[in-house]
Design a protein around this ligand. Structure first.
Ligand SMILES: Nc1ncnc2c1ncn2[C@@H]1O[C@H](COP(=O)(O)OP(=O)(O)O)[C@@H](O)[C@H]1O
Ligand SMILES: [Mg+2]
Length: 202
């Protein structure tokens, strides 16, 4: 990038690399910052009543283009249009974003990512499933660890810090919720968590 010594082509190539590193550092710093805020008592979930299907629809819209670009079908399976919960909507949004981003990343072209909601007597269950790479049994117990990430291909190295699922788990901990995962290598993965149901006064 230093002046005359580089050809236009080289200059472009270095700029591209620099930009990629910058983006990656940016998201690493963002994730680290988020996690340390969640660790310190400085973030207490701001609880409010909100509609889970509405949030899930927003997330689907947010990732629609990204999915299309990779020729992945992103679909919704909602068994209710009006299930309310009490939680921190901004934090639950982060949970869903991290899960959907992973699902798209680990699913090859032609695959499917599905966001689904089921209403249960005391809760609203939210699931993100994909028809992607799957996770080997011996890795499942590590995926929620900080900085853990599989080192297999799928471009996983490029934009990943290994903090996404640690953030997911931390946020759900703060909501007294747990996440479960079921996965089969080369078949797909399904993450599910429950939020308390909130029956709204009319
Ligand atoms: N939907 C998925 N399909 C397959 N593997 C997954 C999926 N989601 C997460 N993983 C595995 O869990 C690891 C940790 O995920 P995460 O904490 O989000 O970190 P990162 O996305 O930075 O790799 C991933 O590297 C991958 O091995
Ligand atoms: Mg991730």
């Amino acid at each position: 990038i230093k002046g005359e010594t580089l050809s236009e082509e080289e200059r472009k190539r270095y700029l591209k690399i620099a930009r990629r590193h910058t983006v990656r550092l940016g998201s690493l710093i963002g994730d680290l910052f988020e996690l340390s805020k969640l660790d310190s008592a400085s973030v207490t979930p701001q609880l409010e009543s909100f509609s889970v299907p509405e949030l899930v629809q927003d997330i689907a819209q947010e990732f629609q283009l990204q999915a299309e670009k990779k020729n992945i079908t992103l679909s919704l399976k909602l068994d209710t249009n009006s299930a309310f919960t009490i939680g921190d909507i901004g934090l639950i949004q982060r949970v869903l974003e991290n899960l959907v981003r992973n699902a798209i990343r680990f699913t090859p072209a032609g695959g499917e990512v599905t966001l689904s909601i089921s209403e249960r007597p005391q809760s609203v269950a939210v699931a993100v499933s994909d028809t992607g790479a799957g996770i080997p049994d011996n890795e499942i117990s590590h995926i929620f660890d900080r900085f853990y990430r599989s080192d297999q291909g799928n471009g996983a190295r490029s934009d990943s810090s290994g903090l996404g699922l640690a953030i997911v788990k931390k946020i759900l901990d703060l909501h007294d919720s747990r996440i479960t995962v079921v996965s089969k290598v080369n078949a797909g993965t399904r993450f599910e968590f429950e939020l308390p149901r909130h029956r709204q006064a009319a």
